[in-house]
Write a protein that binds this ligand. Structure first.
Ligand SMILES: NC(=O)c1ccc[n+]([C@@H]2O[C@H](COP(=O)([O-])OP(=O)(O)OC[C@H]3O[C@@H](n4cnc5c(N)ncnc54)[C@H](O)[C@@H]3O)[C@@H](O)[C@H]2O)c1
Length: 413
């Protein structure tokens, strides 16, 4: 485990705890235990804090925290490496792990540039391992149903839509204070919906625009964004287009009734899909607790600590399920049959477009374009547009009113 911050605590920790003493089993790969073998963090403090409260059979992990922590971790006896550092530090850690021949699972967004994605893909191929990314919203039962209706032709031909994901101020002000300078909430959370759109509708990305607001997290003329509004234009093979607006923020008041606000609307030739991840069922009030330590509307599908009807305490949800899926895929590659057939099993695991890095190209392209547009905006030139796979290259930034273009990525996306 590289990074032991908020997402470790929400999803990886419950995964390791849930699987401790209860290994994975599949008739094809048999019994496979998934212990937390080692961790690498910046200071070691979060590893110490977790060890102090971890269940007895989970405190044996090795903790590395020097400048060389990730190198030391990948030199040790680990089979798979999960990267949950801040997003601009995913690439370095994932590269080291792939070079060392470990299967890798990276938190979203996988990386921030297509050149980095190319390098990780090449390393995964050269070293015969998996390189995958976590987009847990694809496992949300509502999004699975949406995709099923699209795949079955019940909802036909999406034309446009919007998505919003709003995070509380505490994220920008305290949780991420160490790394937030120069960052934006689009890269952090719009990617959830870029992936949902990309994976569900299977269209070709054509154009990216983005704007945003500053002045709360950092100065109004600085490089750190409070909120962003991203627009993605996709094309169908017949030339029709589809447009999606994705709005994000990390300055929503902390007394907001839910932890995050997540909403989508997609309009089709023959229908409309409205989804709201927070308002889908529960409203709870507890005197003195809501809406701070407990939220009024809770997403129990993502991650819920519960008392099971049979008396056991558990933490379950799609946020944890997605990590287990990756571990099962890695176990299948290593143990799902005879060694001479490993290459075929690896190839099969790589065809899974929901999490393979090879299928993350348009998402990374959208992120790279958005970051370049916001950087130009912060430098005094707002409203740039990035064209995808046009005559001048794979990702090409155009400045309003100028003939000059900047090629961000030359090969085809
Ligand atoms: N899937 C989701 O919904 C979801 C939710 C939150 C965060 N995330 C993703 O998870 C990642 C981490 O986010 P977080 O909220 O846990 O952040 P965080 O700031 O709470 O924790 C980051 C962790 O990374 C460690 N770290 C930082 N630099 C490091 C380095 N160079 N080497 C080793 N460790 C290092 C820190 O010590 C800390 O333990 C981000 O990529 C984020 O996008 C995903």
């Amino acid at each position: 485990m590289v990074g032991m911050g908020m997402i470790f605590d929400e999803t990886y920790r419950p995964f390791f705890e849930g699987r401790s003493g209860r290994p994975l089993y599949d008739p094809e790969f048999g019994v496979c235990s998934v212990p937390l073998a080692a961790v690498a963090t910046r200071t070691g403090r979060r590893a110490d804090a977790y060890r102090a409260k971890a269940p007895p059979n989970l405190c044996e992990f090795v903790s590395y925290s020097s400048e060389a922590a990730v190198e030391q971790l990948v030199d040790g006896r680990v089979d798979a490496v999960c990267v949950a550092t801040p997003d601009d530090r995913h690439f370095a850690a994932a590269k080291l792990a792939l070079e060392a021949g470990k299967h890798v699972l990276i938190e979203k967004p996988s990386v921030l540039k297509l050149a980095e994605l190319d390098e990780l893909q090449r390393l995964a191929e050269d070293n015969g391992v998996l390189a995958k990314v976590v987009y847990h919203k694809l496992l949300d039962p509502d999004h699975k149903k949406l995709r099923t209706l699209v795949a079955d032709g019940v909802l036909q031909h999406v034309n446009n839509g919007y998505c919003s994901l709003l995070e509380p101020k505490s994220i920008a002000n305290s949780q991420f204070a160490e790394w937030i300078t120069g960052r934006n909430p689009g890269t952090y959370v719009a990617v959830h919906y870029i992936k949902l759109i990309d994976f569900t509708f299977g269209l070709q990305l054509k154009r990216v625009t983005c704007t945003g607001q500053r002045g709360i997290v950092g100065p109004a003329d600085g490089p750190t964004w409070d909120s962003t509004q991203l627009r993605l234009i996709y094309a169908y093979p017949d030339g029709r287009e589809a447009a999606f607006d994705v709005h994000t923020s990390w300055v929503t008041p902390d007394n907001f009734p839910g932890y995050v606000e997540q909403e989508v609307q997609f309009r089709f030739d023959n229908g409309v899909w409205n989804g709201h991840s927070r308002k889908r069922g529960v409203e709870c009030t507890v005197e003195g607790a809501t809406p701070h330590s407990i939220k009024n509307t809770i997403n129990n599908h993502y991650n819920a600590a519960v008392l099971e009807p049979w008396g056991e305490r558990a933490q379950r949800g799609y946020g944890i399920e997605v990590i287990e899926r990756f571990m099962r895929e890695a176990a299948m590659v290593e143990y799902g049959g005879p060694l001479p057939e490993r290459a075929a099993r690896l190839a099969a695991a790589r065809t899974l477009a929901y999490n393979d890095l090879a299928a993350d190209r348009q998402v990374v392209a959208a992120v790279e374009a958005m970051e370049a547009i916001l950087a130009r905006h912060a430098a005094g030139t707002p409203d740039c547009v990035v064209d995808v796979n046009g005559p001048a290259g794979g990702l090409v930034l155009q400045v309003p009113g100028q003939r000059e273009v900047e090629v961000l990525y030359s090969p085809a996306v």
